[in-house]
Design a binder for this molecule. Structure first.
Ligand SMILES: *Cc1c(COP(=O)(O)O)cnc(C)c1O
Length: 545
């Protein structure tokens, strides 16, 4: 038993057991540091994986009869670091951030306490932090913190799902017992995250009842199409229950126009005498730019350059209206600089969570007692990790200006990249020029720029597809070189109309996503140079290097 006890932190706080833990942590940190190279995007050396890699892992691994020493375990752990992606200044792929130190410390504290965020009797630290961060972020978006509420959940996906549960419960409070009616409809931009698709499948509405609203040239939902689609559904006897406004699309940072969506929704509710349609702002990614909502653009205290300032102001114009949404989300593991999984779901009218709550009868061993009042019976999860602790630590350490500084730098880097890419005369065209933010999507044109033509619907499907294929070849080359500079890519940054079909045709594009705290403007020339080199490796393409 003694030997097993050695696998735990001490019972009495003795120094020798503490030192054992500290030594192991020291070893992990030291090894990781030894593997770092700021000019690469991985730790140590690239590891190739044979096609049989995972099969071999299955064949080789069985639970050991006798446990290994912690030294051996730590050896195994640090070996896992070899070849792992790492967020240096060359790490410009998707929104996969480095976890900040306060975030990691918060997570560590949470792991050490190992409270269960299900109930404040079991996880008081997490419950406290949850209430604090709900209020802190409510104030950032302009919710009334005395009315709003929320909880940490399983990703931006979990927030979209929770919003849908609320949407159904608000119109059909008995759907919990009786099931979901078969004429419910949900609406989102064609550029929305696939979270909604999965949620609609999961609640049993059926994915045929997801209405994808056309997006405009700014990659945001087209407001006329939204109105048209809502009316079309109503005319056929359908009931709109849920509209997801993506405020910061994952591939292009298109920001749906919350104010107009709210206006259209309210007028339709009135005209057709409908119950309230729940609007969820999928702000998982972009919501963090609400940190600029009260930035003093006139005096510009952080002294942002003119173009950065204008870019931020353009984002703020839309983010200011986030408070109009019935619910929203902050994926702190994205632009909030905390480790996975730290997402916050916020509801404008917190009392509506009561619609999702379980009866005391159904939760016999937790719940309302004199000694515990905070029981999260309304979440889909039962046990919950205390991710609010990491979020609280990050919010405290960064403060508003810390977040403003890093978020503005993403914009600064993207503006510089766009400018230099355009000046480079490489055959790329930026396909989200109107969307200022942390990401630039750029498309390669083998035979002269055709983005305008593609957007205006004058190209054939075959022509667009052949450009897509060329871009996908480029993705392979960029992917092959990802240990040097790690670009992102997408096979559908948006869709366009073609001249010879009524189908919408997807547009493939490479992406630069500024996400590392270490990427700065002076790194851009080398990034462009590497694009040039990759292009020169594209078969059949002649590029002067
Ligand atoms: C990332 C993202 C999601 C999904 O979030 P997870 O945390 O990965 O579940 C949903 N919506 C948007 C807009 C996103 O950017």
């Amino acid at each position: 038993m003694k030997k097993v006890q050695q696998l735990f932190q001490s019972e009495d706080g003795n120094t020798s057991q503490r030192e054992v833990i500290l030594n192991h942590i020291e070893k992990i940190l030291t090894t990781m540091d030894e593997l770092k190279d700021p000019n690469k995007t991985i730790l140590g050396e690239k590891r190739s994986r044979s096609p049989l890699f995972y099969q071999e892992l299955m064949e080789q691994h069985t639970v050991p009869e006798i446990g290994s020493s912690l030294d051996t375990v730590v050896e195994d752990l640090v070996e896992l670091m070899e070849g792992h992606p790492y967020h240096t200044h060359n790490f410009v792929t998707n929104v996969l951030p480095m976890a900040s130190v306060p975030g990691v410390l918060g997570s560590l504290t949470n792991s050490l306490l190992n409270g269960n965020n299900l109930w404040d009797v079991y996880g008081p630290a997490a419950a406290e932090c949850e209430v604090k961060i709900i209020s802190m972020m409510s104030k950032i978006v302009g919710y009334d913190f005395t009315k709003s509420f929320g909880y940490t959940t399983w990703g931006g996906q979990g927030a979209v799902f929770s919003g849908l549960r609320l949407a159904i419960a608000k119109q059909f409070p008995h759907a919990k017992e009786e099931g979901v009616p078969n004429n419910l409809y949900c609406f989102a931009s064609e550029n929305a995250h696939y979270s909604l698709l999965k949620s609609i499948e999961a609640v049993g509405i059926g994915s045929n009842h997801l209405i994808r609203v056309k997006a405009g040239k700014d990659h945001a939902m087209d407001m006329e199409d939204l109105q048209y689609r809502l009316e079309e559904v109503i005319a056929k006897g359908g009931i709109p229950v849920y509209i997801v406004a993506t405020t910061g699309t994952t591939d292009s940072f298109g920001i749906d126009d919350m104010a107009t969506i709210k206006y259209i929704t309210m007028s339709i509710e009135q005209r057709y005498n409908l119950k309230p349609i729940h609007i969820h702002a999928d702000s998982a990614l972009g919501g963090f730019y609400a940190f600029f909502n009260d930035y003093d653009y006139a005096s510009n205290p952080l002294q942002f350059e003119q173009d950065v300032l204008e870019g931020l102001q353009q984002i703020t114009k839309r983010m200011k209206n986030l408070y109009l949404a019935d619910s929203l989300c902050f994926d702190f593991q994205k632009l909030g600089q905390t480790p996975y999984l730290t997402s916050l779901f916020l509801v404008k009218d917190g009392s509506s969570l009561g619609l999702l709550d379980l009866d005391d009868f159904d939760t016999p061993y937790v719940g309302n007692r004199g000694y515990g009042t905070y029981h999260t019976g309304y979440t889909l999860e039962c046990s919950r990790m205390g991710s609010s602790i990491a979020i609280f630590a990050a919010l405290t350490a960064f403060g508003k200006t810390g977040y403003q500084t890093i978020l503005a730098n993403y914009v600064r880097v993207n503006l510089a990249f766009r400018k230099q890419l355009t000046q480079s005369n490489l055959s790329f065209q930026i396909v989200n020029p109107e969307n200022i933010g942390p990401v630039t999507a750029f498309r390669f044109y083998p035979a002269g720029n055709a983005w305008n033509k593609e957007q205006n619907g004058v190209m054939t499907k075959a022509q667009i597809t052949s450009i897509n294929e060329m871009n996908e070849k480029l993705f392979e080359i960029l992917g092959e070189n990802r240990d040097q500079i790690f670009f992102g890519d997408t096979t559908r940054v948006c869709t366009v109309r073609a001249s010879d079909t009524s189908e919408l045709v997807p547009i493939a594009a490479a992406k630069l996503f500024a996400i590392s705290p270490y990427t700065e403007v002076h790194h851009i020339p080398a990034i462009i140079e590497s694009l040039k080199l990759s292009l020169s490796n594209l078969e059949g393409i002649h590029v002067e290097v």
